[in-house]
Every structure is written in C-alpha cells, then in structure tokens.
Design a protein around this ligand. Structure first.
Ligand SMILES: Nc1ncnc2c1ncn2[C@@H]1O[C@H](COP(=O)(O)OP(=O)(O)OP(=O)(O)O)[C@@H](O)[C@H]1O
Length: 341
C-alpha cells in the first residue's frame, strides 16, 4: 500500500505564494498528473513531498505517517527530474546501480545486478548497459534517468516533466512506455507537466493547478467533459475551447447568469445557410492531413473548430453554426451546471 496525502500545504517565497492551501491524495497505483502552466507551483509541490522544501503550514503524509518534518533521505520516494542528471563518467549499468549502492542500503551486488538488468529490459536499454552515459542519445539518457528511479521500489515516484527535453517523436514514444511500465509495476506516480496530451494519455487522474491552487481533480474524461470553470476547460482540448461572450449569442436561449459560452469542436456543427439564427464566415481553412482546422469569424469573434477535410469549405463563405450542449460559465468563469438549464 502506497499513498501520499497533502493536507492544506502552503509555501511562500517572499512575496510569492507558490503553493496555497493545497490538499491532494495520491492513492496506491494512481498515475496522478498535476497539470498547470509555468510558475503554477508544480515543482514546489513535488519538492514539498520530497522534503527538499518545508511547507509554511499543512502536512505531508506518506503511507499513513506524517513526514512533514522528516529529512528528504528518510522519505521513501524516487524523483525523476526534467534534466537527465546522469553521472557522465559512469556506464549505464553503474548509473542504474548507483541508487542501490548507497552505504545506507547495503544491497548485495547480485541483487543489484538482477534489479539493474530487469530495469534495463523494462526500458529497452539492455544492450546499452556497458555504454558510457555520454554515449547515448537524448531518449536513451532519459530512459536511464527514469531507470534510476525504477531500480528502487519506493512508495511513490515523483516525476517533474521528465519528457520535456525530448523531441516530439521521442516524447510520444516514451509516454507510451512510461504508462506501460507504470501499469506493469502497479507503481504510484505523481507526475507534473504543462503538456495536456501527456496528462490526457497517461493520467488515471488529473489535477489542474494554477497560481499555487488546485482548481479541480478528476479523471481525464471528467476534467474534459465537466470542467468546473472556464480556465480548467481551456487547459484540455485541441483546438482549444472557444469562449464566446454571451452577448454575441442573444439570438438563442442561454441559462440565466451565462456570461461566457464554451464551445468545443464537438459542440459545434457547421451547415450550409438555411435560415438558422447563427451565421458566421469562414476565415481560413488549415489542412492538417486527416482533419482541417476551420477558423470562423462570428460577429467579430474568432472560433476554431475541426472539420472533415472532404468538406468543401472556402475562405469567405457564409456558414450556419449550430451549438450542441456547449458549456456555460458565469461572470466569474464558474460553470453553470447542466441541471439548471
Ligand atoms: N526557491 C525559490 N525562491 C523564490 N521563488 C521561488 C523558488 N522556487 C519557486 N519559486 C517561485 O514559486 C512559483 C512556483 O514555482 P514552481 O517552480 O513550483 O512552478 P512550476 O509550476 O513548477 O513551473 P515550471 O513549469 O516553470 O517548472 C514561481 O513563481 C517561482 O518563481
């Protein structure tokens, strides 16, 4: 059983409130992704769990034990950083063995060998064990860095944007592998990123964080389909949700209090003009291969939606917009629940 509970933790650096009364539970076997922009407090949250930072208030529990005041070394945690952080003069084997060779652990050498070889297999780097760390590609180096966390069997793996230094293709590849490995090991992971695709594809749950506050936590589907506010709605989905001021939609009935209407691709149907109340104009069509991005001008508001590339849409063409179950938000950006409309 491995779980981590944060209770109301806050951390301030001078005038900056990096983390504000954040409460969070990472359950056994969870792959919890903290998703937020730069400066949201993601790294600070991880550092508070490791003990590299002390909270100003609140507590950190690991496996039912309050570790808030414990030094970092005594917490049963493995951390993967954004940068590779390998020992360049050591071989891949020795880099992987390193965390097990600390005098405090006293792991016998045959056990180390077994763990290192298993980990290398898991990460598909078994053939590189004798290479020096510097003689690896970026993707291989990051695999080794992840491997250094995996050789141990901690309560929780903390990962701080471990794929962000890789190119898009490698990132996609390692994303799949990390998820496979997590499932194979039944590992508990807290992973921070600003990449919504990583969050959507790997997470069992996503926590959306902004300005040190946890805004919402739920499964990727819950966060995508049922965002509690317009900021959370805009964090997931490509193209991004269109947020239209209610005043440009006076032709249609909106729930009381609506100030903004959130329109994702699946909430919008385009049709030839046929007397419907909402008429826009195609501004630009971007052909992306399997789909088109259509940029529409609706009363001076620019909307982006997906369309089938076989649909003949031309810039300048007038087109009807049909909204299907869009999301409604009040003046403060809070969601107006479906039950009230
Ligand atoms: N040691 C520190 N001293 C002063 N300010 C800090 C320190 N560490 C973090 N901060 C500030 O706290 C806020 C949160 O930083 P943090 O690194 O946790 O954000 P983040 O979400 O991880 O961002 P990024 O995605 O850019 O890594 C930022 O405003 C940052 O400048």
């Amino acid at each position: 059983m491995a779980d981590v509970i944060l209770r109301n933790i806050s951390k301030r650096f001078g005038a900056i409130e990096a983390v504000r009364e954040l409460s969070l539970a990472v359950n056994d076997g969870d792959f919890l992704v903290l998703l937020g922009p730069s400066g949201a407090g993601k790294t600070t949250t991880l550092r508070l769990i490791t003990g590299l930072e002390q909270p100003d208030s609140g507590s950190v529990m690991i496996n039912g034990r309050d570790v808030t005041l414990d030094p970092p070394g005594s917490r049963d945690i493995a951390f993967v950083f954004q940068q590779y952080s390998l020992y360049p003069h050591l071989t891949v084997y020795d880099n992987l063995a390193f965390p097990l060779r600390s005098p405090a652990r006293r792991v016998p050498e045959p056990v180390i060998r077994k763990r290192v070889e298993q980990t290398a297999e898991l990460l598909h780097i078994a053939s590189k064990l004798n290479n020096r760390a510097t003689r690896l590609s970026g993707g291989e180096m990051q695999r080794v860095a992840i491997g250094r966390a995996l050789v141990r069997d901690p309560s929780i793996y903390l990962m701080d944007e471990p794929l962000s230094s890789l190119d898009a293709k490698l990132r996609a590849e390692l994303r799949l592998e990390l998820k496979r490995i997590q499932l194979e090991l039944g590992a508990t992971v807290l992973y921070v990123t600003h990449d919504q695709v990583e969050a959507m594809t790997m997470a069992t749950r996503i926590g959306v964080i902004r300005d040190g506050r946890l805004l919402q936590i739920g499964t990727p589907r819950e966060i995508y389909e049922n965002p509690t506010d317009s900021y959370v709605a805009s964090r997931l989905g490509t193209p991004q949700i269109n947020l239209l001021p209610a005043r440009v939609l006076s032709e249609i009935a909106l729930p009381a209090g609506t100030e903004t209407v959130g329109v994702r691709t699946e909430h919008l149907q385009l049709a030839a003009r046929n007397g419907g109340p909402l008429v826009g104009r195609v501004h630009r069509v971007e052909h992306l291969g399997e789909q088109n991005h259509v940029h529409l001008d609706y009363k001076g508001q620019m909307l982006v939606t997906l369309a089938d590339p076989r649909e003949a849409l031309q810039a300048g063409q007038e087109i009807e917009l049909h909204l299907m179950h869009p999301l409604y938000f009040d003046g403060a950006g809070q969601r107006i629940p479906a039950a009230t409309h």
